[in-house]
Write a protein of this length. Structure first.
Length: 261
């Protein structure tokens, strides 16, 4: 009997230990729910991400759209139409604009139009050194005229500077100049080179002479203060310079990107 008791003791102890282990509750690791700060931060990140994606998508879609579709109006044209009770504008493709008109506009506003990617860094530096503006390229002016508002504003200039390289990447130089010549203001309520040619000279844009084209270019970018029909001494002098400049860029190849593009 004693021997049997001695033999059963280890088994009994082992069974007790196993029973004690079984009786111990299992420890479970539960994930704590996010607190208010974490939930707010996550929400803000999502709003920022999708907001940024929406803005980028809008820029891409709006730029791609006008690569193939002519703008029905512009913010400034719409505002002027409401103020004046209507505006004059007749859209014409580049094929129906006298080549000398395109060269004159480039010579007057952006002689290095074919050489830059939307922002003329040298011209910007020169303008900063002079302490005044006047370094906007034709590409920048198109972005401003087609999409943005007029007036001096750092916000507008920042958006313009960011949007212009995108427009340069998605539009050809010829398309940029076509947009420019069709939405530029040439007199109060007169937009586009076709309406301007008829308004000042009674001809179509395709029939403009070198002098007429240079005069239209000479009144930019202040058409409300200058006249192509009754040019001031300043406009006459500027016209002569533009005629010379247009001939120069035709000869040295700086017109190739929009004449052969």
């Amino acid at each position: 009997m004693w021997a049997m008791a001695e033999q059963s003791t280890p088994r009994t102890q082992s069974a007790k230990k196993q029973s004690a282990k079984t009786a111990e509750p299992k420890k479970t690791h539960t994930k704590k729910p996010p607190n208010l700060i974490d939930r707010t931060a996550h929400f803000v990140r999502r709003v920022f991400f999708w907001g940024f994606a929406a803005v980028c998508g809008f820029f891409l879609l709006a730029t791609l759209l006008y690569a193939v579709i002519n703008p029905p109006t512009t913010p400034y044209m719409f505002a002027e139409g409401r103020r004046l009770g209507g505006v004059k504008q007749d859209w014409v493709p580049m094929a129906q604009i006298a080549p000398v008109m395109a060269r004159s506009a480039v010579a007057a506003e952006d002689a290095n139009f074919c050489l830059h990617w939307g922002l003329d860094v040298k011209a910007i530096r020169a303008a900063v050194d002079r302490g005044r503006g006047g370094a906007s390229t034709i590409s920048q002016q198109v972005v401003k005229n087609v999409y943005l508002w007029h007036g001096r504003s750092w916000l507008r200039k920042a958006v313009e500077a960011l949007w212009t390289p995108l427009a340069e990447a998605m539009w050809s130089k010829r398309r940029i100049l076509e947009l420019y010549l069709n939405v530029a203001e040439f007199d109060e309520g007169v937009f586009g080179v076709q309406a301007a040619a008829r308004h000042y000279f009674g001809v179509d844009a395709a029939d403009l002479t070198a002098t007429q084209a240079a005069r239209l270019a000479a009144i930019l970018p202040a058409p409300k203060d200058r006249s192509a029909a009754n040019p001031s001494p300043f406009v006459r002098e500027r016209t002569r310079a533009i005629i010379s400049g247009a001939a120069t860029i035709a000869a040295d190849g700086r017109a190739d990107c929009f004449e052969n593009g």
